[in-house]
Design a binder for this molecule. Structure first.
Ligand code: ARG
Length: 458
């Protein structure tokens, strides 16, 4: 008979059992479920709601069950409805009558909310560690390439010179914010719901705070309806993961582009690239493409749970069981991507010579020429027009700005002097941009040091 079978005259159909079982996917909550039950049982004992002997039997029984789970000795493919039922059944099988007292003052509704909160907190810690490692990689690559000039783009057109180090720092900033979002998601999960019962609290004299402290959680859910009815803390993680994947996806898009023969900015290591079954010459950036592709899947997980939660009446509805696969999938996908992006970046060869040429031949210093003329007293609008005419002239000649003679420059602006060559030299263009946040090599190196300190706060 089912643990809830008292009021039923007939067994559920097998198809219903199969349809509603969450065990195939919620078995991964076994650690959280048992940890939470240990804290609950210890509290029941302390409050005298169950006897000391009963408490001890439950605690020992649960500890053994946990051990057996860890050893892989538990068959979680059985016909239990979910992980909570399975653990309770195993406990009663093992210790007899006392096992039936574990669920005193508790419902699966507050139990599953707690399990998911604990799981989400652990997930946030794991994700944060991976994000930290990625941020460290980005900082060390930024340091290594602080002086390597490359073209910066807008509209995918060469725009102004930056450094590869500056480019790495951009991704550092984005992923540091992702870290902050994940930390927020952990705070959101860090509220203890037990005591809410099914929806309306309980008549037992539970010590909710004792359970909270036992689980090392920060606060208590302060409304029993809310405690069992919301999954917004999971949505916070799903949102953080979606934004994080969006950043990874954009980074990967650049890698895919840079890996083309047309760009030639990067050569991926053979160990992190794949071949074609038909075209022998191919070396494809599949890892980067897959990360880009998996972003859609994580967005899907977020949208799935948003949609599950929309319009749900208070309090618990079985709909909420659908939180798990979305959450687990997003967690697995995001952390796998964070794991593989790091070696992908670390083993890639960045062709700084080709980048430099790209900056040199792309008129990325045309703004600096205009600024130079402004320095000589030309109004910016006129200087902009003149610099544009010089670019057009170079395009016709098939040369770069610095290839022009002073005489040629003077044909467009007679205020031009010998110092124009200094003004448009790429190193100088970069290093003049030492405004906070700018690409000057000194800036990048300073930001790398500061970045290490900022990272330490997490
Ligand atoms: N497996 C369920 C879930 O994940 C546990 C809660 C079931 N509660 C209930 N009243 N049927 O949501």
């Amino acid at each position: 008979m089912k643990l809830w079978g008292g009021r039923f005259q007939r067994d559920t159909e097998k198809t219903v059992d199969d349809f509603q079982s969450s065990l195939p996917f919620d078995k991964r909550l076994y650690r959280q479920d048992i940890r939470a039950s240990l804290a609950h049982a210890a509290m029941l004992g302390k409050q005298g709601i169950i006897s000391d002997d009963e408490m001890k039997a439950i605690l020992n029984g649960l500890a053994e069950i946990l051990l057996n789970f860890e050893k892989g000795a538990i068959d979680a493919a059985g016909d239990a409805e979910d992980i909570h039922m399975l653990v309770e059944e195993l406990l009663t099988e093992r210790i007899g009558e006392a096992g039936k007292k574990l669920h005193t003052g508790r419902s699966r509704n507050d139990q599953v909310a707690l399990d998911m909160r604990l799981y989400a907190m652990k997930t946030c810690d794991e994700t944060a560690d991976k994000l930290k490692a990625l941020c460290e990689t980005l900082l060390s690559l930024a340091q290594k390439h602080a002086g390597d000039i490359m073209p910066g783009y807008t509209h995918l057109q060469r725009a102004q010179p930056i450094t590869l180090g500056h480019w790495f720092l951009c991704w550092f900033e984005m992923h540091l914010r992702d870290l902050e979002r994940v930390r927020h998601a952990k705070d959101a999960a860090d509220n203890m719901p037990l005591g809410a019962g099914a929806l309306a609290g309980t008549t037992y004299s539970l010590d909710r705070d004792f359970v909270r402290v036992g689980l090392k959680m920060s606060a208590l859910c302060r409304n029993s309806l809310d405690a069992v009815s919301d999954r917004d803390f999971l949505l916070d993680y799903l949102h953080a993961a979606s934004v994080g994947m969006m950043h990874l996806s954009r980074l990967c898009e650049e890698l895919v582009l840079w890996n083309t023969t047309e760009f030639g900015f990067i050569t991926l290591d053979d160990r992190y690239a794949t071949g074609s079954s038909m075209m022998p010459q191919k070396k494809n950036p599949d890892v980067a493409e897959l990360i880009r592709g998996k972003t859609g899947r994580v967005y899907g997980d977020l949208m799935a749970l948003m949609t599950v939660m929309k319009g749900l009446p208070l309090a618990y509805g079985k709909d909420m069981q659908e939180d798990k696969e979305s959450f687990f999938d997003a967690r697995d996908t995001y952390t796998a991507c964070l794991d593989i992006i790091r070696p992908l970046l670390e083993t890639g060869t960045f062709h700084t010579d080709i980048m430099h040429k790209g900056a040199l031949n792309g008129f990325t210093n045309a703004t600096d020429l205009a600024d130079y003329l402004v320095g000589k007293g030309t109004p910016f609008r006129d200087a902009h027009a003149i610099s544009g005419q010089v670019v057009a002239y170079c395009l016709g000649k098939g040369c770069a700005l610095h290839d022009l003679s002073l005489k040629e420059f003077r044909r467009f602006a007679n205020v031009t002097d010998e110092d124009v060559y200094e003004a448009i030299a790429l190193e100088n263009c970069i290093n003049r941009r030492k405004v906070l946040g700018g690409p000057a090599t000194g800036n990048v190196l300073k930001e790398v040091e500061l970045g290490k300190v900022r990272l330490r706060a997490y």
